[in-house]
Design a protein around this ligand. Structure first.
Ligand SMILES: *Cc1c(COP(=O)(O)O)cnc(C)c1O
Length: 499
């Protein structure tokens, strides 16, 4: 299987090259040229397998320049040997009434990004070798929280790699900050910068594209690579769990083989829900993919009207991983909806860059709406939903998952669609103790620091916090640097011992 670019459909490259490069030189994203056909017989076979084996089957359809042995090794390294606290890796929990919750946060950092970032280092280092790139890989990450920690855990002590994470000093939760600054591993670095997430992101982009820095790295045997969600190596592992959730629903008797399901995905950069779309296009029986947003509802409007307009206020919400106004992976969806025509994509994304706004054509909008639905909710509704599901269903959801639950409840009421449904649950509720506690206790929190809140949430709900989070208490941070934006390059050189 070859890959092409959303902004140059004459390009044909291997998956190894797509994964090593991350983004195409023309500014586009890599997309497989053809999609594997997955029929019910194939899905039926998956039902009998465990998660690792399901992953090997699905990944081998997309990563045809990797051997089966390689994929067996990588999936074992990523999902085997106790890395995930659930034997099923990502279990499906039924809360009744056709509603099933796919818990994607049983990994080392308690957020769904582990599903991809645990396997990405294997794919990335192997890809670089396949295309004869013998340089040490340097991963730079700007993070608003979850990605940084998940990338650090994925790349720690992976031979041939170095990782440096920048986070805004006041822009992450205390728990997220402690998760990162206590990170172990010989090849890792973590650094706070004075500024907000955009400053961190712009700083990293500037370093990535600086030809002088690139040359210096090259001379010292290093090359930059990226672990962000536009890398195909992060997207492809996510396709697996939609098939897996479907199989688990069949096995649990929630549906019969061949029945359609809805999938509701709390969305930020559009990576997770795009993986669901790939699963659908390959043959997973899907009725609707429901895109759930918080108060930053660019995507809700876009899916309803076909107008993408980022010129609007930015809200900081209690579901911070979805606080985003430009959802990069949408470009891949539109390219596929345009039957791989790169001309409209170039047009729309130039408009987005220049004016922050574009409008897709009516036929593309109609195509999108045959499978996508959308909805949004604000923080108050998010918290009310956490309380409702906890009290009525004894299910404790985090803030991101609660956005999806609320959007689903609204959708079901509006449409009367009773198709069995899977909600993608993207984080442990204990990662967002304060908001979750506020929700279940109507704002009357006793504790005044993160760890007392964690204890209080355990007490009030009877749930046990993941030990990766409770054990952070009392750990001493290894990384305490706080630097100015213009000192970021020095940090990179410092970590790599380049004078
Ligand atoms: C990253 C993240 C999301 C958004 O996922 P996208 O793939 O960017 O749409 C949702 N919830 C949580 C908890 C996340 O960390």
């Amino acid at each position: 299987m070859k890959y092409t670019s959303t902004r140059n459909n004459r390009l044909h490259i291997s998956s190894a090259e797509a994964i090593t490069k991350g983004i195409s030189e023309d500014g586009g994203l890599f997309v497989p040229e053809t999609l594997p056909k997955i029929n019910l017989e194939f899905i039926d076979k998956l039902c009998a397998l465990d998660y690792q084996a399901r992953a090997v089957e699905i990944l081998s359809l997309f990563l045809t320049d990797f051997s089966r042995e390689e994929l067996v090794e990588y999936t074992k390294g990523a999902y085997g040997s106790g890395k995930f606290s659930s034997e099923k890796t990502c279990p499906v929990v039924s809360v009744g009434d056709g509603l099933n919750i796919l818990e994607l946060w049983k990994g080392p950092t308690c957020a769904f990004k582990d599903m991809a970032l645990q396997i990405l280092p294997y794919l990335l280092t192997a890809s670089a070798k396949k295309i004869d790139n013998d340089k040490q890989i340097v991963i730079l990450v700007a993070t608003s929280g979850d990605t940084g920690k998940a990338a650090l855990e994925g790349f720690k002590d992976v031979e041939g790699t170095n990782i440096l994470v920048f986070f805004p000093s006041d822009g992450v939760s205390p728990m997220q900050k402690l998760q990162m600054t206590t990170q172990e591993g010989e090849n890792v670095g973590v650094c706070a910068i004075k500024g907000n997430f955009d400053d961190a992101q712009n700083g990293v982009k500037a370093i990535f594209t600086d030809t002088e820095i690139k040359k210096t790295l090259d001379e010292n045997g290093y090359a930059f690579s990226s672990a962000n969600s536009i890398n195909w190596g992060r997207l492809v592992p996510q396709i697996v769990y939609y098939f897996s959730a479907y199989c688990d629903s069949v096995n649990a008797g929630e549906i019969k083989m061949g029945d359609k399901m809805n999938f509701v995905v709390p969305t930020g950069n559009f990576g997770n829900i795009l993986a669901a779309y790939f699963a659908y296009r390959c043959g997973l029986p899907v009725n609707k993919l429901i895109c759930a947003s918080n108060a930053n509802n660019v995507l809700t409007d876009f899916i309803e009207t076909g107008v993408y307009d980022r010129n609007r206020s930015f809200f900081t919400t209690c579901s911070p991983s979805m606080d985003i106004l430009i959802s990069s992976n949408l470009e891949r969806l539109l390219f596929m909806l345009c039957d791989y025509d790169d001309a409209p994509i170039k047009d729309w994304f130039t408009k987005l860059k220049d004016s922050g706004k574009y409008e897709i054509t009516g036929d593309v909008l109609a195509k999108m709406q045959t499978v996508f639905a959308s909805g949004c909710c604000d923080d108050e509704e998010t918290k009310a939903t956490i309380k409702k599901y906890f009290e009525n269903k004894n299910y404790l959801a985090d803030t991101h998952t609660a956005v999806a639950l609320k959007v689903y409840d609204d959708y079901r009421e509006k449409t009367g669609d009773n198709t069995p449904t899977v909600i993608a649950s993207t984080a442990s509720p204990f990662k967002f103790c304060k908001a979750v506690l506020e929700a279940v206790k109507n704002g009357n929190i006793e504790a005044d620091n993160e760890f007392d809140m964690l204890k209080e949430l355990e007490r009030v709900t009877g749930n046990v916090a993941p030990k990766q989070l409770s054990e952070l208490k009392g750990k001493t941070p290894r990384f305490t640097d706080v630097v100015e934006k213009n000192e970021m390059t020095d940090m990179v050189f410092g970590q790599l011992n380049i004078k």
